[in-house]
Design a protein around this ligand. Structure first.
Ligand code: PMT
Length: 401
């Protein structure tokens, strides 16, 4: 097992929800990866899972009360608050979230949250109606505003039979978030703007010209850049993907809208990545009404005009120009076409992908990429879009520094 959490002290705060039973598994998984885990349980949490179970899996005494002289002797509550590198509240019930939002210290767990200077992650878990309640939503927004990380909840069937938002994330999802949190952040202090997905060029009010881009590559880049510590803006064409955690998303439809958003944001960011499959041309005239089929027109001609080249415009900025990375989606002679685009568009780097090969490129979870820059190239090979995103960003960092 990779020791991704080696030396990390995690204070797991369990409150009284049915998902508390998952905390035994969560603790085991964290420890397997090298973390040290101390568990604090509210009174209600002990109705769902016993302190004895949590003590057995964590290997540490369980803290349950502010007024327990024995526990205070082993590790007092202030000491515990200082010991933590991360406080993880899971499950965080509506009640615990409300008490933390109000700054209350009426039990050990809420007192610890007040007393710690460690980052706090909150994993909400409750009935979907309670989660939707405006009071809960406002309390969660308050915690987020105070820079607490909100991990979840997930959606699905609930213990009470309801279906909706409010399930605690699964133990392995929480472990993954802990790993991301503690992972090195080589892009800390950098900002990245990424375009993703297709553009749609309207023909009439019901039809458009577009392409097969799903947005997966651009969204993977955005998620990875955020995990590596960057401040990320994602300009997305119409796709059906969820916004990655911590990413500021701007939705656009046409190439012209993507151009406007890109030019506005490019100057405010250190790195620009043009991953979108931007339509090179758009219909010259937009019909105001649906174009009708008639008996005497078997052929239809649409006159097209060139769209602005977004990435070329970004690369030619004379002030506050970001490090500019393009993509080249090619079906033949990949290297030559990619190098030509690198030079012609004035880019710093280009990621070439052969989109004629099945199982990579458009609308796939995988890709195969070679990166080119002025005087060299790097073969990143075949892999998931997430793996390749990390390799692309680290290669770019090597060129910037
Ligand atoms: O979205 P997925 O389904 O995950 O697929 C990923 C992808 C195949 C779309 C992606 O990996 C990719 O290759 N994106 C670029 C697609 C493309 O339009 O390539 P191009 O060779 O036509 O354009 C070259 C570069 O110029 C690109 O950076 C493109 O964003 C940019 N461009 C193109 C035209 C234009 N008007 N403005 C631009 O900025």
């Amino acid at each position: 097992m990779q020791q991704t959490l080696a030396g990390k002290n995690i204070l797991l705060g369990i409150s009284g929800g049915i998902a508390a039973y998952k905390c035994a598994d969560l603790t085991r998984r964290l420890i397997e990866r090298g973390a040290k885990v101390h568990v604090v349980m509210t009174k209600a949490a002990q109705e769902f899972i016993t302190p004895l179970t949590m003590q057995a899996v964590s290997g540490n005494p369980i803290s349950t009360s502010l007024f327990d002289p024995t526990a205070e002797l082993s590790m007092g509550h202030i000491e515990l608050a200082k010991w933590a590198d991360l406080v993880l509240l899971a499950p965080a019930t509506a009640d615990l979230i409300a008490r933390v939002a109000a700054g209350m210290g009426n039990d050990l767990l809420s007192t610890l949250v007040l007393a710690t200077d460690a980052p706090v992650a909150v994993s909400p878990a409750m009935n979907q109606q309670m989660y939707q309640n405006i009071a809960t939503q406002e309390n969660i927004a308050t915690l987020a505003r105070r820079n607490m990380m909100i991990w979840g909840p997930g959606k699905g069937e609930q213990a009470c039979g309801d279906v909706g938002m409010g399930r605690m994330l699964e133990p392995m999802q929480l472990v993954g978030l802990c790993e991301d949190f503690f992972a090195p952040k080589p892009l800390h202090g950098r900002s990245v703007v990424i375009t993703a997905g297709p553009t749609r060029e309207a023909i009439d009010p019901v039809r458009y010209i577009s392409n097969h881009s799903s947005g997966k590559m651009g969204f993977a880049l955005a998620a990875t850049a955020a995990k590596l510590g960057a401040n990320v803006s994602l300009i997305s064409g119409p796709v059906s993907l969820a916004t990655p955690n911590g990413v500021n998303r701007i939705d656009v439809t046409s190439a012209e809208e993507m151009y406007q958003a890109s030019l506005k944001l490019a100057k405010q960011h250190d790195i620009f990545i043009g991953c979108a499959a931007v339509a090179d041309y758009r219909p010259e005239h937009l019909a105001t009404q649906k174009i009708k089929k008639s008996a005497d027109n078997d052929n239809m001609h649409i006159s097209m005009v060139k769209n602005p080249d977004i990435i070329a415009a970004v690369a030619s900025l004379t002030e506050a120009r970001p490090f500019t990375i393009g993509f080249a989606a090619e079906t033949q002679d990949v290297e030559n076409y990619a190098k030509d685009k690198l030079q012609r568009k004035g880019l710093d780097m280009i990621c070439a992908n052969d989109v004629s090969v099945e199982g990579q490129g458009f609308n796939s979870d995988n890709n195969s990429i070679t990166v080119y820059w002025a005087d060299d190239k790097k073969e990143l090979g075949f892999g998931s879009k997430t793996e390749l995103s990390q390799a692309i960003l680290l290669t770019a960092l090597g060129q910037i520094d």
